[in-house]
Ligand binder design. Structure first.
Ligand code: 13P
Length: 251
């Protein structure tokens, strides 16, 4: 069956020294805890190898926040999936709304990134979610369905089965405005139906679907109690060990 996962997305925060210290703190906190979920931190590229050296990935998984849509070559400034994997990272966030919105990442580009991530043994945490206007005009279910279809439905059931999905309503990211547990559950159940329609119920039931968007210790338990919410992708609250552990312990 699918796993429960709490994953931090540090975004463009922390210097290398601050990031290593935070990772050490989370790693130590987990040593004394018995979390009922897998715990992952996704950190800036510059931090990956150093963080890998100070954590025990049996209790704290490590991921990147992005990777390139090419394997290697003349792409100045890009970081490839093989490079990410070579640091020891096991996960990579792909399709985050900030990448789609600010860096023009299309479904075609994201399909390439997912392909390369899988080919290099990384688990993609693939993000989907509607913007405020789409929530308000009622098209959100179609929008999210199309994001999944366009980027992911070219993969085989076996490949799809390696993905983790994260539903992140863009209007809830960094705004303090969380989707209600009911809104999250409705969308997660919808996403699972969309997956079942293409790959069958077993693949759908085995796919972890995380919720992201202003998730914090005070609302995590209610969100995670919903049957189709399998954990969280945590931005701001992942930058403080106590807050992050509060969310981990919400399971
Ligand atoms: P916040 O938790 O800061 O709203 O960010 C959510 C997010 O974008 C995680 O990827």
């Amino acid at each position: 069956m699918r796993k429960n996962i709490v994953a931090g997305n540090w975004k463009m925060n922390t210097t290398l020294q601050e990031g290593v210290a935070l990772a050490e703190e989370v790693n130590a906190a987990l040593a004394g805890a018995q979390p009922k979920c897998d715990v992952v931190i996704c950190v800036p590229f510059t931090h990956l190898a150093s963080v890998n050296a100070v954590i025990d990935q049996n209790r704290l998984g490590l991921g990147a926040e992005n990777c390139a849509d090419h394997e290697k070559g003349a792409y100045t400034g890009e970081v490839s999936a093989p490079m990410v994997a070579s640091t020891g990272a096991k996960y990579v966030i792909l399709g985050h709304s900030e990448r789609r919105q600010y860096y023009g990442e299309t479904s075609e580009i994201l399909t390439e990134k997912v392909k390369l991530a899988l080919a290099n043994g990384l688990t993609p945490i693939f993000c989907i979610g509607e913007v405020l206007e789409e929530r308000e005009n009622g098209t959100y279910n179609e929008v999210v369905k199309k994001q999944i279809e366009d980027a992911l439905f070219g993969f085989s059931a076996e490949e799809f089965g390696k993905l983790v999905l994260a539903y992140e309503p863009v209007w809830a990211i960094g705004t303090g405005k969380t989707a209600t547990a009911e809104q999250a559950e409705d969308m997660h159940a919808h996403i699972r139906n969309v997956i079942a329609g293409k790959y069958g119920q077993e693949v759908a039931d085995n796919t972890s679907i995380l919720y992201g968007g202003s998730c914090k210790p005070s609302n995590a338990a209610e969100l995670f109690a919903k049957p189709d919410v399998d954990g969280g992708l945590i931005g701001g609250a992942a930058l403080k060990c106590d807050d992050f552990m509060g969310i981990v312990n919400a399971f």
